[in-house]
Each structure stands twice: as C-alpha cells, then as structure tokens.
Design a protein around this ligand. Structure first.
Ligand code: ACK
Length: 818
C-alpha cells in the first residue's frame, strides 16, 4: 500500500464486451433466476452483478463491478476458475438454498454450496450497497447482518471497504486475496495476500507457497514495515485480534471517494487505488512492496536492508557477514553472525543494543505479552537463552507490551515507520544508551526521515535489484507482459478506438512512428503512439518508456494510460492533449500570436518544474535526453506536459551522469559533451532547456542561420545580442506588446547560463526555477556552447520535419564563439 505514483489502470479494469443487458433486478429468488444479459443491482446503484467477458478472452464469468465507473472495474468473480463458454447460463437459487451457476446444458459450473433450513420461498439473493453478494432470509429484515452465505467471505483480488482480510478462528475460514492469472483471465494467479497466523500475526504476500513480503506485526497504528499510515483523510485501518477472529479491514472516511485495494500480478502487487472521476482513471495511492528492501529476507539473518545504503544490505552493528566473500559479491542470503559469541547462562554477561527505526523481524518464532513493561520484557528476554531480541508490542501512546524473538532475526529493514528493536549482544558489544544518546538517535531518525522525504529518489540498492529485474525482463520474450506495470490493452480495442488507424485519426508522425487519436468505448479520448516496425525504437526503448512512465506522475509530464504489445505491434496510449505540441505554436507565424508572454512564461516555468521532478523529485533520477519543443504537449488550458520518454535514461539515485556510445537525441538541443563524447547528465537536459527557452522567447528554431555574414545558430545569435547589450532584439515581435522587457531579459540570461559549455557551470533545474521566479541577482553568463550541424547526419530518421527529429547518431562540429 505505498509508492509508485503513475496513474494506472489495472488488470481487472479492462474493457469488457457485454452482451445486451435486457433488464436489471434487485433480487434473485428461487422463482426469479438471473440469466446472461441481465444484471443484479445494489439498492443505491453503486454495484452491479452480471455476466462478463474479460479482455480478449471468450470465456463468460459472473462478476461484480462498480455500476457508475466507466472503466469496468471487476471487484469479485464467482466462477473465476470455471468459466462458461456460452451466453445462455443462469444464476439461480435451488430449493435447498444453494446459489448455482448452470450452463446451457444445465450442468453445474459454480455454486455457493449452501443449504438452508428456511423454506426457499423466504430466501433472497441480494447485492448489498457495500458490494457484498449475500443469500439471506428475506422475510426477516431485522436480521440484516445474518447471511446464509456472503461473497465477502470469499474475496477475489479486491478488498472493498468493510471486507475482512483474515481468519475466523472458530470456523477456520481464511479470507485472503488472490491475484488474477493475467489481464484476460480472472482465474487464481500466483500471488495471494492475507494474514499470517502466529503469536503475533502479520499481513503477508505469498508467491505460491513462498513468502514474498510481510508487513511486520500490527503495532497499534499499522505496522512497522509499512509507510504512509499516519492518520489521513482517506481511510482508516482497523485490526482485530481476539479468540474468535484475526483480521484487518479499512473504512473510507469520505463516502464520496471510491478507493479499493487490489492484488495485482505485477511488480507492485498490492495497491490502494482511488478513482479520479474527472480524469476517469484510477490513481495509485500506495503499493506493496514499497521498494526492494521489502522483498522477504533480502539481507539474510541479522542483515538489515537500508534503501539508501550502498549496498542496501548491512549487517547489524555487532554482527559480521557469515561469508565475507558472498557478502562482498552482494549475495546476502547467508546473512550475518555475531562478532562476539553470547555468554548465555552467565548472569549479567549479555546485554542489548538498540536499533532505531526498524521494521520488526519475522514473528514466526516470537512471543508476546500485552501488559508487560519494556523493562520486564528485557528481563524476560535475558532469562531465555534462545531469545535474540525484544521490543514494545504496541507503539501507540508511547509504547507498551512486549514482543520477544527466538532464534535468528530475519527480514529486517530500516523503515520510515519503524520502531526500536533491542538485539541481544555480548556485553563487550553492548551500547547502553543514555538519555542524550536517545535524543540524538531520535534526531538522526528525524534527519533520515527528512532526507528521505526530500530526496525521494531511487537509491542505489533498489536500482541494482530493479535494474537486474528489468534486465531479466528485457531478456524474456514479449509475451511476458505481466512484468510491465502499465495496463495492457488488446489490439482489437485500439483498432476499434482509432477506426483501424484511419488516416483521419492520425495526429502526426513522431521519430518512432505515427500517433493516432482514438476514442475508447467509454468515451475517453486518447492518443496512440504506434511504433513503426522500421523505427529506431525497438522493444528495448519501448519497454524503457513503459517502465519509466509507469513510475512517473507529475502535472507537467504527459500521462500514459496503458500499452499494447501484440505480435509485431507495440503501442503506447497517452492522455489526449488537445492543443498538441509547443512547436506548432511558437514556430508558426499565425499560431504564435495565440501565445502571449505571460502564457509563454508559465509554460517555461512549468516545463522547468516537470524537468526538476524528473531530475530530483521523482523516486528515479531520470535524464530525458530529448527535450525539445515538439516533445512538449499542451493541454486544454495550454499547460505544458513533457512527453516522449523513449530515449530517457534512468540513473541510480545518486548517479547524475552516464556515458553512451549510442548518441540519441535531436541536434540543436544537444549539449556538447553529449553530442561529442556521449556524456549525458541532468546538465545535458539543462542545456536542452536553455535552447528551448531561447526558442520560446525568439520564436526561432535553433538551426544554422546565416546572419550578417556569420554562420550562426540561435545560441550564437543570442550570445552576440547579449554581448552587444541588445538582448531585447531576440524577443519575437509578437511578444513585445505583452511582455515586461526586464523579465524576458532575465529569462534570456537564465537561458545563457543553462547553455554554458561546461556542465558544472550550468545551474540545476531547482536553481533555474528559483532564478526564473525570483528577483535574485544572476551571475553573468560566460560564452555559451553552440554546435553547428555538420552536413553529414548518420542513423535513421523517420519523420518529415527533419529539424525536430530524434536521431540515432549525429556528427557535429563545435564552433568557437566569437
Ligand atoms: O505537433 P503535433 O500535432 O503533436 O504532432 C505530434 C505528433 O503527434 C507526433 O508526435 C502529436 N501527439 C503526440 N502525442 C499526443 C497526445 N498525447 N495528444 C495529442 N497529440 C499528440 C504531436
């Protein structure tokens, strides 16, 4: 339930082909079955039950979905493992009180396996406003909570508000989520999520029978391993553990918000998603696992995972790697061992070292007491030879209760919502914290928390594991769609949306193929980038864009809605940007009049913010590498959004530059160190931003121009004007009336600073934003760098507007500034 902020659709949120709905009812009774084509609707009209066919499948299922959400969101499937093949099935209530799904031959497909003592005439099947399908005694309205059967006891992949996830200890009923097998198939997939029973139960996700993730035990607020559960306006969790039951459930605080938890079969398994009505999309609020440190026991026994550590796994202080060789090779599975053996049994010999901000270890071998103080807890642990650690059971209200662990401590991590863990040590290793130290350690935790929340980026360890994963995924064939996190659309849906890629729907041609306008069945307008087979964007670039897009979310980045890989076809689906690209405005003599200076200044600042997000604020450090006017799209309100991440590079959290033999990008916008040496960094994007800034101000492209006998380009021209003290001559004539000259000159100065030859002399995007939006004194630019296109351009180009095409390789000459 944390991380990942792309606005996504989900596997079970596909578009379905429904048979003609003939009528809707609010009950199923013995005398009134439900046939394919009809639906059962909850009283308040929120939920609907009926027959559906997911994605490209031909199978029929009975399921429940939100009636008023345009993107079909299936929240429960009755016969998920046993579909019907025909459209003549019926859902009916037998004389015994059993709800059965019968196919065309009247053979049994699915049933609730129930028998009732009540006469069948009094039984009704209803879909409650909560989304719970129930069989109940319809004659006894007072007993609304008593059901013969309820679908909430048999969850599929979705946890709705009010559903219990966990155990009825009396009956042995275990309610857990099971992911769909794939986008088109609701049958049980590999991943399940539920409550792991034990002395101190935890939430867990399993892949098959192997534990894949655990949350840490309940600590009174949520758990030490899950971030982001501080009180919030959206939802509230309740954990119940008593003799009869162990479960967790949530309630939504605002009844107008639709928010659910879905177990996917992707990298981010368990997600809380919230419906955003005006964009008609689901937005990811939280995901689990949160990062690579959440992978179960990644660092082995006594190894602690720290997402911003390098490497991520470190032995707890007082411990050393069991195998130094393996540890140094980043194989942490063997974990760590005590540096000093314990002297268990010798009184007063052992002690404890406190580790702050820890996710509590796996509770499989643990013991709890709700009333003990921490001091008693320590004494208890000390008295048991096999006790390895202790901690407070409940951290709310200053801490109470006692948890103690036996044997190796596994699955440890440093966690934003972690708590103090006291680990047993030989005396010589023990640090007894006094109050000052306690305060200091609190400060450290606070600082770490601040740094983590400020930096919010992909850190090295995660990059390592993530990239390894990504690399593996790239090596697998295209069929492995599950590994990509964007929702998949089948080709038929896209063909339908774009009128079979009709020329009328064509929006234009990008470097990697044509882009089409499309309209989905629910009316949503989209743009489809269809990768041409001959394009330079191979599967690698495509997946690159898909993976990046799934992880990015910012108001100044174009939103990707999904993708399609089918046979030779590779496509990306974007939100439709009605005003198309910036270059169609600024370089067009008529259109440019529509963009006055305040609008252009807003656009500049918004692009800068989008870029700053890519460079600094997103969890990943991303270098766009192809920032240019044609990659800036404008929405209805002329808000700019950066698009085209096909060439973008993801760097490790603190990696700020890279090197490549394959120079890609667009001449005119390329920084010299990138064009010549293949060195790219956030500063090469800053350079491109500088070019874009001059283009927005001047309305001229940065291409070679001959000006009063000089061979120049826009940068050279701007520098000449600056040196001659006439920078205002650069301003496009159509802007003069609407601009404040001093503001534009300030922008030109910022632009020239971005265009400095040495990357170190260029500001970062945060400074650019500060410089653009404040009155601070700016440094004087030195001579900028300007490249003139050499006559020869190698590599593929596939678009008609050559100046703005992304290219695979380019030869450039560096001209000295005069
Ligand atoms: O300048 P344009 O009209 O805007 O021509 C290009 C063309 O497709 C090739 O990139 C247009 N385009 C790309 N993505 C979108 C989108 N999401 N919405 C609208 N138009 C788009 C772009």
């Amino acid at each position: 339930m944390a991380l990942v902020h792309a606005t996504l659709l989900f596997p079970n949120l596909l578009f379905f082909f429904f048979s003609q709905v003939s009528y809707a009812t609010d009950t199923i009774t013995h005398s009134q079955p439900l046939s394919d084509g009809s639906t059962l609707v909850s009283k308040d009209g929120t939920f609907e039950l009926g027959f559906f066919t997911p994605g490209s499948s031909t199978n029929r299922y009975v399921g429940i979905w939100f009636k008023n959400i345009q993107t079909r969101t299936i929240v429960w499937v009755a016969n998920r493992n046993n579909p019907t093949k025909d459209k003549s099935s019926t859902l009916s209530l037998t004389e015994e009180g059993n709800l059965v799904l019968l196919n065309i031959n009247r053979s049994l497909v699915w049933s609730t396996n129930t028998t009732s003592k009540e006469p069948v005439s009094s039984l009704v099947v209803q879909l409650l406003d909560s989304g719970n399908l129930v069989i109940r005694d319809g004659s006894n309205d007072k007993n609304e909570e008593s059901f013969l059967w309820e679908s909430f006891d048999h969850p599929c992949d979705t946890l709705l508000q009010g559903m219990k996830l966990g155990w009825n200890l009396k009956t042995g009923l275990n309610r857990f989520l099971t992911a769909w097998k794939n986008w088109d198939d609701p049958s049980s997939g590999d991943f399940t999520s539920g409550v792991k029973l034990g002395t101190n139960p935890e939430l867990a996700i399993w892949k098959g029978s192997v534990e894949y993730y655990r949350s840490g035990p309940w600590n009174g607020i949520f758990s030490s391993g899950v971030f982001g559960f501080s009180p919030n306006p959206l939802f509230e969790y309740k954990y119940v553990q008593n003799e009869d039951e162990v479960y967790v459930r949530y309630t939504l605080k605002n009844s107008s918000v639709v928010s659910i938890i879905v177990l996917n079969q992707t990298l981010y398994l368990r997600q809380r998603i919230t419906w955003i009505p005006h964009t008609r999309t689901w937005s990811v609020y939280q995901s689990l696992p949160q990062d690579s440190c959440d992978v179960y026991n990644v660092c082995g026994a006594y190894g602690s995972c720290m997402i911003n550590g390098s490497p991520v796994c470190q032995c707890l202080e007082g411990f050393k790697p069991k195998s130094v060789q393996n540890w140094n090779a980043m194989d942490w599975t063997q974990g760590c061992v005590h540096k000093e053996p314990w002297s268990c049994g010798v009184k007063n010999k052992d002690g404890f070292r406190r580790f702050v901000g820890m996710k509590m270890p796996d509770t499989t071998h643990s013991w709890i007491n709700t009333s003990m103080t921490l001091e008693d807890c320590k004494a208890k642990c000390l008295n048991i030879c096999s006790c390895t650690a202790y901690a407070n059971l409940d951290t709310s209200g200053g801490g109470s209760g006692c948890s103690i662990w036996f044997g190796d401590l596994v699955d440890l991590r440093v966690s934003e919502s972690g708590q103090d863990l006291y680990v047993r040590m030989a005396t010589s290793d023990t640090i007894i914290y006094n109050d000052a130290k306690h305060k200091n350690s609190k400060k450290v935790v606070l600082m770490v928390a601040i740094i983590v929340s400020l930096v919010v980026m992909m850190l090295m360890g995660f990059s390592y594991i993530y990239m390894t994963k990504t690399k593996k995924e790239e090596e697998k064939d295209e069929g492995e769609q599950e590994n990509l996190e964007l929702p998949f659309f089948d080709l038929a849906t896209i063909i339908n949306a774009t009128n079979n890629f009709s020329i009328v729907n064509k929006l234009g041609e990008g470097g990697f193929g044509p882009v089409y306008k499309g309209t989905m069945l629910d009316g949503q307008v989209i743009a489809v980038k269809r990768l041409s087979r001959s394009s330079g964007q191979g599967l690698k670039e495509f997946k690159n864009e898909v993976i990046l897009c799934a992880k990015l979310q910012h108001r100044n980045l174009v939103k990707v809605l999904g993708c399609c890989i089918e046979g030779e076809e590779k496509m990306l689906l974007y939100e439709y940007m009605p005003n198309k690209s910036l270059d169609s405005f600024i370089f067009d003599s008529v259109q440019s009049k529509l963009l006055d200076w305040p609008m252009r200044f807003n656009i500049l600042c918004a692009i800068a913010r989008g870029l700053m997000y890519l460079h600094q604020d997103s969890r990943l450090r991303i270098i766009h590498r192809d920032l240019k006017a044609s990659n800036i799209l404008l929405d209805n309100n002329m808000n700019p959004k950066i698009s085209d991440f096909g060439l973008a590079k993801m760097c490790g959290g603190d990696q700020v530059e890279g090197n490549t033999n394959r120079i890609v990008g667009t001449y005119g916008y390329m920084a010299p160190e990138y064009a010549i040496d293949g060195l790219f960094s956030t500063k090469s994007d800053v350079f491109s931003f500088g070019v874009l800034l001059l283009e927005i101000i001047s309305g001229k492209k940065n291409r070679t121009i001959t000006n009063e006998g000089h061979i120049d380009n826009l940068i050279g021209h701007a520098w000449r004007m600056w040196k001659e003290g006439t920078p205002e001559q650069l301003i496009a004539p159509s802007l003069v009336d609407s601009c404040k000259i001093s503001e534009v000159i300030r922008c030109i100065q910022v632009g020239l600073l971005c265009l400095q030859h040495h990357p170190d002399d260029r500001p970062n995007m945060t400074s650019v934003i500060v410089m653009l939006s404040s009155e601070t004194i700016l440094s004087q630019p030195k001579v900028p760098s300007f490249l003139i296109k050499n006559i020869s351009i190698e590599g593929e180009q596939s678009c008609d507007r050559q100046e703005s095409c992304s290219i695979n390789e380019v030869t450039v000459s560096l001209l000295n500034a005069r």
